[in-house]
Structures are given as structure tokens and as C-alpha cells.
Design a protein around this ligand. Structure first.
Ligand SMILES: [Cu+2]
Length: 277
């Protein structure tokens, strides 16, 4: 962990405070982890992958040394050696061993993030061109759409292309099963601080899970090119305590009661669906 902290320090630009749940100017590393999956992704990166990537530095130094040491003026008659069995075995075996070392924790992490058996609740996410719909099947199955808030309507301009008219409200400390699909084309529901990025595919139901560890607002984006307004369908999640969540559910059940036909000519929807500049 001490190595991880050092690496995190090296990758942090001084003067830029770490804000959970959203990108910040000049951010170089990950957002602060806010779920067990993201915590593990973070540790995997800082405790293993970062050090393995130092190999490229070693190769660079080796190249520089060879260029200098074996330049023509210093080494006029080059060696004609073409094979060396031991070196060839070593430079084949070592990368294989490194890949196996990466594979084991990486596969464990994949299985960990894949699904949860004892979920407390389910959230269904549906990608559309170009907004997200959310369903709460365990809370009366209400549903709502979340559209981008245009920049001119934002009080806090730093939330440009991040804020939605309806936020997804979720309780902290609960295991939440996420079911993802799409209504038209491929989208991808990606929330960096929660370590989630999963494609939403028409006709398929993809599954993952999340347990949000800290209250706050978490922002994400559609992360699969899905058409002209791909960059205008953000994700805004409000993580709250269980009591606040229950209170919100009561309100939401009335506000977002299911209607058979969505109002296709609703001025709000027409305005939001038109291309944004
Ligand atoms: Cu999309």
C-alpha cells in the first residue's frame, strides 16, 4: 500500500484537489474509487501494472546504450552472431511469465466485477439515442428518462456535458444489481469512480453490480460511439443514505408512475433530442 500511495502521489498534479465522482482539469490518474470494484481496479493498477510498465523504460535505456556503445566509430567490425539459444529461451519465457502474473489477478477481478448473488436491489439501465432510461423493478417498477442539461441552463458550468435533468438515485452500502440493455443501437454505461463500463446491447441483457461506498454525486458518460449526439448523454448518480433513498422512492413512485405511451411530442423531449451544438 505504501508503494501505491507513492505512485498515486507521483501521478497527482499539485494544486488540483481530488474531487470524487467527476473528472477534473489536468487529471492524470483515476478518479477516487467509490466502489469495491473500482478499489480493486485502482490497486491492481498501482500495485502491479504500473511497475510492469517500467519495462518500457528498461527497453528504452537498453536501446540508448546499444546505440551509444556499438556506434560505427567505436565498433567498426560488428559481431556476426545471429543466434544465442539461451537468450532466445529467456526472452520468450520471461514475457510469458509476466503475462501469467498479470492474468491471475486480472481474471479474479473480472469474476469479482461480473455479478453479485445476494443483491439488495436491481436497477435497470436502458440506452437510447440519446438519453438513458432507468427502471426500479424492486420499488414498484417506476421508470424515468435522464436527459442532458444544456450548458445555458446549468448553475455550475463545470458540470457541462455531465448533468442530467433526472439523476439516478441509489443507496450507499447496498449491493445493487445492474441490468443493462439498449433500445436502438450500442451504448455503454460508464461511471469511472464506480469502476463500471459495460456495453448496453439491443436485445441483450448485460449484468454487473455496484456497491457505492460514499455519499455524493458520481458522473459518467456513454462510452460507445452511438451516433451524432453520443457525447450528449451523460450519467449522473446521486448516492444517498438508505433513509433518503426510501424517501426519494416514495416521491419517485408518484412522479414517475408508468404511462403506456411516452409523450413523443413533449416539448422537453423534442428540444433535448435535437442536436446540441
Ligand atoms: Cu450512447
Amino acid at each position: 500500500m505504501r508503494l501505491a500511495a507513492l505512485a498515486a502521489l507521483l501521478l497527482t498534479i499539485p494544486g488540483v484537489p481530488a474531487i470524487a465522482g467527476e473528472p477534473v482539469p489536468w487529471q492524470m490518474g483515476f478518479q477516487e474509487p467509490a466502489s469495491p470494484t473500482m478499489q480493486r481496479i485502482n490497486d491492481f493498477h498501482f500495485e502491479l501494472l504500473l511497475w510492469i510498465s517500467a519495462i518500457s523504460l528498461f527497453v528504452l535505456l537498453l536501446l540508448v546504450w546499444v546505440i551509444y556503445r556499438y556506434r560505427e566509430s567505436k565498433n567498426p567490425t560488428p559481431s556476426r552472431t545471429t543466434h544465442h539459444t539461451l537468450i532466445e529461451v529467456v526472452w520468450t519465457a520471461v514475457p510469458v511469465i509476466i503475462l501469467v502474473i498479470i492474468f491471475v489477478p486480472s481474471y479474479r477481478l473480472m469474476v469479482f466485477a461480473d455479478k453479485v448473488v445476494d443483491a439488495d436491489m436491481t436497477l435497470k439501465v436502458i440506452g437510447h439515442q440519446w438519453y438513458w432510461s432507468y427502471e426500479y423493478p424492486d420499488h414498484g417498477n417506476f421508470t424515468f428518462d435522464a436527459y442532458l442539461v444544456a450548458e445555458e441552463d446549468l448553475e455550475d458550468k463545470s458540470k457541462r456535458l455531465l448533468e442530467t435533468d433526472n439523476r439516478v438515485v441509489l443507496p450507499v452500502g447496498k449491493k445493487i444489481r445492474l441490468l443493462l440493455t439498449a433500445g436502438d443501437v450500442l451504448h455503454s454505461w460508464g461511471v469511472p469512480a464506480l469502476g463500471i463500463k459495460l456495453d448496453t446491447v439491443p436485445g441483450r441483457l448485460n449484468e454487473t453490480w455496484v456497491e457505492i461506498s460514499k455519499e455524493g454525486v458520481y458522473y459518467g458518460f456513454c462510452s460507445e460511439l452511438c451516433g451524432v449526439n453520443h457525447s450528449y448523454m451523460p450519467i449522473a448518480i446521486e448516492a444517498v443514505s438508505e433513509e433518503e433513498f426510501n424517501a426519494w422512492v416514495e416521491k419517485a413512485q408518484e412522479e414517475f408512475a408508468r404511462v403506456d405511451e411516452p409523450a413523443a411530442d413533449s416539448p422537453v423531449r423534442v428540444a433535448h433530442t435535437a442536436p446540441v451544438e
